[in-house]
Design a protein around this ligand. Structure first.
Ligand SMILES: [Zn+2]
Length: 429
């Protein structure tokens, strides 16, 4: 050994330290990188439970979450509600959670769900005017707690707070998709199926907590499969998931797809539990009867149910070609309604008065034959059994698909695909 061995040892130790530093630095970068990716692809927080607590005149609506969220809350009048907007929150709660508000004096009910992609909403229906004392997110070891604190107030103060909130940040409808319609298989007419309600707008609720939005979505999916399997038409859904969709957007999706037929699917409730069976509605300025008027009024409030202000109305257009198109569209709608009723008879559950008309906003496309089908009533025990049965769903969707086929066989001009299709006047600018 030479006398330079200690320096050799020293330099080896230095190299080792440098290596260790590089490894540590790489590890730090890796952790930072992983954190960045985790942030970029973060899963939304999940709401797993909810409850109401009351204490010295104040009430707290509490949600247990798996992680932190950003929220904003504001009062909304007519009817009196509190709207809570949350960026990306998934709800895994019992759908009936919001209807069992126990002894709460302030909270009549609350609803929750998707309002727009990446935007969730909780809507509190107030039993009496209330003020938002505080909203906060309490971090917990294994999640967080979303707390909305309310206290009673008088009607005038609530109205003032609601109008101040509306002036500060008017509610904007969810961004409309600018995505082009899905390419259609050549030569096939498009049938647009519209499962009613969705997301924060649950629609009607059955006796055992059945939700209209879910029942009509399942039916729409089966109907889409039946239509596609026949191979004659291309079937498109207005919504592909449990999300809120404004009424005007549903109409827009029918027109954007150049639909040959638009079918809005619903399943309402009535005060009379013995009333049962399917009803087919067409558009009419004057309702055919009081029940049709009531159903249309209820359905037209869907936007409001989701906390969206303003009523969706189609404006009147004074133009002869437009009017001709509208009349022809209306005639097709009524003819399809007749065809559907005659086919549906075999599915065995038609309402006593199955053909009705009223001013449904969702049926107002001037150039797309449109009907609204109430599959049955969630208030009827018999209908509820049918509507939740997969066999009934198959059978009824088959009848509806048959009705579509027969309608276009007997009305070849209504098929607006390809050459010689139906000429329509555009909406005048
Ligand atoms: Zn409905």
């Amino acid at each position: 050994m030479t006398d330079d061995s200690p320096s050799w040892l020293e330099s080896s130790a230095r190299q080792l330290r440098r290596c260790a530093l590089v490894v540590v630095a790489a590890a730090v970068f890796l952790v930072l990188d992983l954190q960045f990716f985790a942030g970029a692809f973060a899963q939304p927080a999940i709401a797993l439970g909810s409850r109401i607590e009351a204490e010295s005149g104040q009430e707290r609506l509490i949600f247990d979450l798996t992680g932190p969220v950003k929220i904003s809350a504001r009062p909304l009048a007519d009817p009196d509600r509190i709207i809570i907007d949350i960026a990306d929150l998934e709800f895994r709660l019992d759908p009936s959670a919001g209807r069992n508000t126990g002894l709460s004096k302030l909270i009549k009910a609350f609803r929750f769900g998707l309002f727009a992609p990446g935007r969730s909403r909780i809507i509190i229906d107030l039993a009496q005017p209330a003020t938002i004392v505080a909203t906060r997110i309490d971090p917990l070891k294994d999640g967080s707690r979303l707390i909305i604190e309310l206290a009673s107030t008088d009607a005038a103060s609530f109205a003032a707070a609601a109008s101040a909130a509306a002036a500060k940040a008017p509610d904007v409808p969810p961004a409309l998709s600018s995505a082009p319609p899905a390419p259609r298989p050549s030569g096939k007419a498009v049938i647009v199926i519209d499962p009613g309600h969705g997301g924060v707008d649950t629609g009607a609720i059955g006796k055992h907590g059945e939700q209209e939005k879910a029942i009509v979505f399942e039916f729409a999916r089966v109907l889409q499969e039946k239509i596609e399997a026949e191979g004659l038409f291309h079937a498109v859904l207005t919504r592909e998931e449990d999300i809120f969709l404004p009424l005007a957007e549903r109409v827009r999706r029918a027109r954007e797809n150049n639909a040959a037929l638009f079918l809005s699917i619903h399943a309402d409730t009535l005060a009379a539990p013995h009333v049962e069976g399917a009803t087919v509605y067409t558009l009419s300025a004057r309702a055919s009867d009081a029940e049709a008027a009531r159903i249309a009024e209820q359905e037209n409030l869907a936007d409001q149910a989701a906390g969206l202000e303003g009523k969706a109305e189609a404006e009147e257009v004074d133009d002869i070609l437009f009017e001709l198109t509208r009349r022809e569209t209306h005639a097709y709608s009524r003819d399809f309604s007749k065809t559907l009723i005659s086919k549906w008879k075999d599915a065995g559950n038609l309402n006593k008065n199955p053909s009705r008309a009223a001013g449904f906003v969702v049926l107002k496309a001037h150039d797309v034959p449109s009907i609204l089908l109430e599959l049955g009533y969630l208030s009827s025990e018999k209908d509820l059994t049918r509507l939740t049965s997969p066999q009934w769903r198959e059978q009824a969707a088959t009848k509806l698909a048959e009705a579509i086929k027969v309608f276009f066989q007997t009305h070849p001009n209504a098929n607006n695909s390809g050459e010689g299709g139906r000429a329509k006047a555009p909406r005048p600018e």
